[in-house]
Design a protein around this ligand. Structure first.
Ligand code: BG6
Length: 501
């Protein structure tokens, strides 16, 4: 275990959704596991005015809510001692002067991480103010800035944001976070591929029929209309998280696992994705919006009834894409990506379907009357698992076949469970960029989705809807290349035959 430098972590937007749901719990999880640097000081900044005790009470309240009676009180006390709070009310130009005085006035280790847990529109202004206050100069310690996704709104705005960051920061100081890359199962995609030679000969267009990457949620947009209305599902999930998963499935083995080698290979995949021309957007992309429905037995409102959503909004809460990677390995293999809010289940998975055998000797010998392909499935959440589906003979006198699911679930109950943010926060403190996005990666990802965003932005009169609690709009099936391709909703063997409704 590497000993980490003493450092100060300043979180902007510390009272917001991301910080309450992810950052504070992840930092506390590291505290309980004794993985935080001994001399880590945390400074929370936000617009509301709190005194120190009220803020500590708020942090403790969040953690009591999560851990309830199992909370480790000694760890909680250690954790609370690390915290300071500074109010930065909007329009208070003197606030950054106060911040500089505080940080430079002793008691705060000079190595600094600044975490932007604020609205994307606020990133440039905060970085500018930090820079002007001299807080980004690396004298006497390092300075690192963590930028949350989405990085920009499209290619052009991402480049503009980048130029504004470069006024004060060098590339090695910037950590563009995509928290999906911190999930253990996502990293397991690389282990699975590059530590198991038997897969390599099969991992190409000769044997793979298509790949599906899904992230579905039962939740609606909760209280995030302000952000979500301007983002939509394609920007929120596909441009970042799902395209990252696609790169891990499709990339060539890197020279090493160093940050640059890894990212070089991911960028090559993104650059090989066949551009979607504006004329072909409808053949490659599908969007939808949830209407009211039933989720977990309860009636829930439609998107248009959510607080803060414009009455005629056509923001998509469901998006699906069909992509082709034009290189030797993947020529002709469709990659289907889909995500949605208020779908039937919380589930994220990569499902890889193999081709049928060249001669279908046994198609009459199963209940379906057609041959069943092999699948490899990597479940990311809620349960991380690895399943392989094979065809076997049913015991008995007849030559009947059925699907056997080999379940190589590797997670045991007593395994240490760390949220993606916990591992990524440690990486930032260690200065490891491997699981953060390089600018060329971000640009290449925007190039993939930009044409779709442009067409959708022009088509403002109509959007398909789907009932909350379903598996999304029916029309999404038109993306499939053939009749025998369909969304795989479940990782159980019978899931291969489930249709959308
Ligand atoms: C975030 C999106 O990046 O990822 C959210 O903004 C989404 O809309 C979330 O719900 C999903 O991540 P996780 O790790 O909570 O499944």
């Amino acid at each position: 275990m590497k000993i980490l430098d003493a450092c100060t972590l300043t979180i902007f937007g510390v009272g917001g959704n991301l910080s309450q749901r992810k950052l504070i719990p992840a930092l506390f999880r590291l505290e309980m596991a004794m993985r935080l640097p001994e001399q880590l000081v945390i400074l929370g900044c936000d617009i509301a005015v709190h005194d120190h005790d009220a803020w500590i009470g708020f942090v403790a309240g969040i953690l009591h809510g999560i851990y309830q009676k199992d909370i480790d009180e000694a760890a909680l006390q250690r954790f609370c001692r690390r915290w300071h709070y500074l109010a930065i009310p909007p329009g208070d130009d003197a606030a950054y002067g106060r911040l500089a005085e505080l940080l430079q006035g002793g008691g705060f280790p000079p190595n600094m991480v600044y975490y932007m847990a604020v609205r994307p529109a606020d990133y440039p202004a905060i970085v500018d103010k930090l820079g002007n206050a001299g807080l980004l100069r690396q004298n006497g310690g390092w300075r690192r800035v963590v930028i949350e996704k989405p990085f920009g709104y499209d290619l052009l705005s991402a480049q503009t944001l980048q130029s504004s960051l470069y006024k004060h920061l060098d590339e090695p100081q910037i950590y563009r976070i995509d928290h999906y890359l911190g999930k253990g199962t996502v990293q397991n995609v690389m282990v699975f591929r590059f530590a198991n030679l038997l897969l390599e000969p099969l991992w190409n267009h000769h044997y793979i029929d298509h790949v599906q990457i899904t992230h579905s949620e039962i939740h609606g947009i909760e209280n995030r209309a302000d952000y979500y209305e301007g983002a939509g599902a394609l920007r929120d999930m596909i441009q970042s998280h799902l395209l990252q998963l696609l790169t891990l499935v499709a990339m060539e083995p890197p020279v090493s696992l160093s940050a640059e080698h890894l990212r070089d290979e991911k960028v090559k995949v993104l650059k090989s994705i066949r551009p979607i021309t504006q004329n072909s957007v409808h053949a490659h992309a599908f969007r939808g919006q949830y209407s009211d429905g039933i989720v977990e037995g309860k009636s829930v409102p439609g998107y248009l009834e959510e607080k803060g959503v414009a009455p005629e909004s056509v923001t998509e809460t469901y998006a699906a894409l069909k992509l082709f990677i034009d290189n030797w390995r993947w020529a002709g293999v469709p990659f289907y990506l889909r995500t949605g809010k208020r779908l039937a289940e919380n589930s994220s998975a990569i499902c890889i379907r193999f081709k049928n055998p060249p001669q279908d000797l046994l198609h009459r010998n199963n209940h379906q009357g057609h041959s069943q392909p092999n699948w490899i499935m990597l479940g990311i959440q809620p349960n991380d698992c690895l399943k392989v589906e094979l065809q076997v003979k049913v015991p008995g006198l007849d030559l009947l076949t059925r699907t056997l699911s080999l379940d190589a679930t590797y997670h045991k109950d007593n395994d240490d469970d760390f949220d993606a943010y916990a591992s990524l926060l440690l990486d930032v403190m260690q200065g490891d960029h491997s699981l953060f996005l390089r600018m060329d990666e971000v640009e290449a990802a925007w190039r993939v989705v930009d044409p779709v965003l442009k067409v959708w932005a022009m088509e403002r009169d109509f959007i398909n809807t789907y009932p909350a609690g379903s598996w999304g709009p029916r029309g999404t099936y038109r993306l499939f290349d053939r009749d025998d391709q369909f969304w795989r909703h479940s990782l159980n063997p019978d899931g291969a035959d489930l249709q959308a409704y």
